[in-house]
Design a protein around this ligand. Structure first.
Ligand SMILES: Cc1ncc(COP(=O)(O)O)c(C=O)c1O
Length: 403
């Protein structure tokens, strides 16, 4: 990922230049101690990140995808059971479900928050499933498979509406794994408990990605799982390390899925700046909102529901003819992204699930109209103004003066 655009979609060079000395200090420490795997750097980061998320434990792993997979395995998800999530997410969410031996079932998103619609979850559980008193399990009628878990995705850095999701999960005895891979520091206001809670502290477990472009990004691949459950944390530690708690004593078969000490050290340095970076993103997002007010609805800006304090991993707007807008912005030297163009239920990889176009109308509509604009803490106000003016130039040329 290099910055070839005049206004890049994401700037990964400047923050590393700003932290150059501190980051080199981490590299030197790792080299001089040969502390490559495990050890104090990993333990310190795990403690700090757990504290940051308001969770009891953090277990460092090799990626966000492994974090999800290990969370399912540590929760004891029954092979062949169903895990429910949304079709509007990165494929890693569903890859991890399949890799844990479970089946994927989708429910639609809410059209304005882009996260799991709790009403759609309720509808699925109440109309497509029934309680089998012999097996003492909730069973999906069509497939006869038990339903074991639900994965709300805190997409773009906004939390899903967790109170009703947690309430349904408790009623039907489902495990909840938050996909917090885009939500480091995002908060949710729980009306039930009358308190703000951090992403990663609400489900049985939560998965984080530290892919370089994330709000907290490593200098390579990295991830973590958070949980408040002591036994699950113990199992996660074994699963990431070949099923061993003591070297060469393997209680189970596990994986090679550890977090490098070098990446943990780098993440500890960056974690000290995360709250400030998230605040900068929030400031930029609110400025984008204000500047786009002029578009009078032809640019739909992200809606932050009253129950979320978003950390704007991505600033995603909706427009008509977004491919043409993307080309227009590229011509002006402005980088953009599409997160994500094809809903998962319509991907070739998931043809076997039997879904068809029209099954999840909100996801499908949103996927056709979204475009992610430049968003990173070091984005300058004049750059942001130029992005907005180029977007407005495009929408105005399409419809005459903005409506
Ligand atoms: C929503 C979501 N889930 C899971 C992942 C997987 O994380 P990783 O790329 O670290 O495996 C990502 C990363 O892009 C993501 O955005």
């Amino acid at each position: 990922m290099t910055n070839t655009m005049k206004i890049p979609f994401l700037d990964l060079i400047t923050p590393h230049q700003e932290l150059h000395t501190e980051l080199l200090g981490v590299v030197e420490k790792v080299l001089s101690t040969a502390g490559f795997i495990g050890g104090p750097m990993l333990e310190v980061f795990e403690r700090e990140f757990a504290l940051f998320c308001g969770a009891k434990h953090c277990v460092g792993v090799s990626s966000g995808t492994d974090a999800l997979r290990f969370a399912f395995l540590a929760a004891g998800i029954e092979p062949g059971s169903i895990i429910i999530t949304v079709p509007h997410t990165f494929i890693a969410t569903t890859e991890a479900i399949s890799q844990a031996g479970a089946h994927v079932a989708f429910v639609d998103i809410n059209e304005s928050t882009y996260t799991m619609d709790p009403e759609k979850l309720r509808e699925y559980l109440e109309t497509q499933c029934e309680f089998d008193s012999k097996r003492e399990k909730l069973i999906e009628r069509a497939s006869k498979c038990p339903v074991s878990a639900v994965v709300p995705v805190h997409l773009y850095g906004q939390t899903a509406d967790m109170d009703p999701i947690l309430e349904l999960a408790a009623r039907y005895n489902l495990i909840v794994v938050e996909d917090a891979c885009q939500a480091h520091g995002a908060e949710y206001f729980s009306k039930r408990d009358n308190v703000w809670k951090k992403a990663g502290s609400m489900g049985h477990a939560a998965a984080f990605s530290f892919y370089p472009g994330k709000n907290l990004g490593a200098c390579g691949e990295a991830g973590a799982i958070t949980t408040n459950d002591d036994a699950m944390a113990q199992r996660m530690k074994m699963i990431r390390d070949h099923g061993q708690a003591k070297k060469y004593y393997h209680d189970i078969e596990g994986y090679n899925g550890r977090l490098d000490a070098l990446q943990a050290g780098i993440l500890s340095v960056k974690l000290r700046h995360l709250a400030k970076w998230n605040e900068a993103r929030r400031g930029l997002a609110h400025r984008y909102h204000e500047l786009f007010a002029e578009a009078k609805g032809s640019v739909v800006v992200p809606r932050e529901a009253s129950w979320t304090k978003g950390i704007y991993h991505l600033y995603v707007v909706r427009v008509q003819d977004r491919e043409a807008l993307q080309a227009h912005l590229a011509e002006a030297g402005i980088g953009t992204g599409i997160h994500y163009p094809i809903p998962l239920h319509l991907q070739k990889a998931y043809q076997h699930l039997g879904y068809k176009k029209g099954d999840f109308p909100f996801t499908e509509r949103v996927a056709e109209e979204i475009i992610s604009l430049p968003m990173f803490p070091q984005l300058q106000q004049d750059q942001q103004k130029e992005v907005v003016s180029k977007v407005l130039e495009f929408v105005t040329s399409k419809i005459g003066a903005p409506r």
